[in-house]
Write a protein that binds this ligand. Sequence first.
Ligand code: M6R
Length: 591
Amino acid sequence: MCGIVGYVGEKKAQPILLSCLKKLEYRGYDSCGIAVDNGGIVVYKDALRVEAMAKSLPRLTGKIGIGHTRWATHGGPSKINAHPHVDCSGNIAVVHNGVITNYSELRRELAKEGHKFTSETDTEVIPHLIERYYQGNLEAAVEKALTKVAGSYAIAVLRSGEAKMVVAKKDSPLVIGIGDGENYVASDVSAFLDYTDRAVYIEDGQIGVITKDCVKIADDGNKVAVKEYKILWNAEEAQKSGYEHFMLKEIHEQPKVIRNTLAEYMRITDESNDVKLAGNGPILMLACGTSYHAALVGKYVFEDLLSVPVRVEIASEFNQQRYILGKTLAFAVTQSGETADTLKAMKRVKGEGGRVVAVTNVVGSTSTRIANQTTYTRAGPEISVAATKTFTAQLMVFYWLAISQIKEDMRRRAGLLSELRSLPSKVQQVLDDETTIKEHAKYLSKFENVFFIGRGVNYPVALEGALKLKEVSYIHAEGYAAGEIKHGPFALLGSETPVIAVVSRDNTYESMLTSIKEIKARKSPVIAVSESEDHDVEDLADLLITVPHVDPILSPIINTVSLQLLAYYTALEKGCPIDFPRNLAKSVTVE
Ligand code: M6R
């Protein structure tokens, strides 16, 4: 949801802003812009991707500037609606991520005072409010302006002739990058990783003043101590490294991600990362999108291995419910740690006396600051909008937590631990068998509608397979519990609607075979994902994706990797912009 960046230092701001913006394009990419103090504020913006806009820019020499890459909320993608936005004088420039909910009212008020608006955005009221309150002190004007604003925001503000950026946030992410004689600001750390690995997070309601030599943060006028974090990722991890797309690179990184996550968890014994699952009553899991599917797998894993009941809720729906929760233990599963719906749900749980464990991939993200406790996935930066390796890392966290807490059946525990260790090589086998999947993807790319079905722990895998296919290839795909498909969706079956069936050798096996037979009787082509040497499935399915054998409870990892590849190669076949699907953004920071 929109990326904002800012730079102040000794170097020319323009190339740095553009390089930071390119790293943030996954947050929104329908338009972009920069403002540089070049002896007066100059703004360049357009409904273009960063690279295209960069080609049309003159060379600016200014050493301070801000930039924005947009995911439209108010007003379509256009040059006028792109950020930065300026006040009447053109001296104050603002970039914003979030939604100003009372902007219509503010706009009417400001228009009566003579302020002229040029865009349809909610953001444009901010520079005009700052202009209204400016009396020689930019931070004071920003602070006053923000008292009038309702909604969410992360902003960076520049005023001509003042060698500083003023930044502030509420319910939208913002992080400051600390350099030597230069400083940065961005929606997330990946923007400035090429320049620094030192970060300072600013909290809701605080105002930051950033010059080339200094970062000052204040809360309600009181100075706040600046706490620095070291970012564990390196710039190289955020490069494509020879792959055509980040999505493919990230799919291929999964054996390493599994190894890293296991290594990390196996050495952790201290209380801070050891989340006790039994004895808390029912556990709640809150998440959105792919993370929601991971949480659903987590439910099957916790219930099956530990007999701990789990309730999984889509965060945005949970936020509509009104009953009192009490002392619930909740997991908030969010790779970015910035998803607005999940953060709101976390706050609700805490507000009602519950305890929240964040499962996130981003050190210092907002989720970690709301949670009582954080357990990190070790997936490294995930750039592609489609989540792949972070899903696997989330599953690894759930497997580790559950398996390491098996207390009675120690043989099962030992067996599963050894299977966990064998997962990297098994995932590698799936990755090495891409040729078959590529062929099936060519076939699949001809269809407009596809069903994915699974049962038990592979039901969420069907949901995730469908989400992946639809978001990157634009084929309409629905994930269904195999037993449910006959209660309505059967009306849509036929030769034009293939069904992808995820078959696992567990107690769901026989009923999956029955479902496939029923589907075949309705003429839908079936692509089955199943273990090699499964002759029953081989006889029934039209096409096969074979995967190595693992304990069925761990099969979601292996099966999902094959479906990620299927989605990727289908999208490639259709020529889709895989890493940046239309209308989407990596981190959804608005409700
Ligand atoms: O950062 P989060 O895990 O909280 O993100 C949740 C969803 O927005 C995300 O998983 C989304 O569904 C993915 N882009 C799907 O690939």
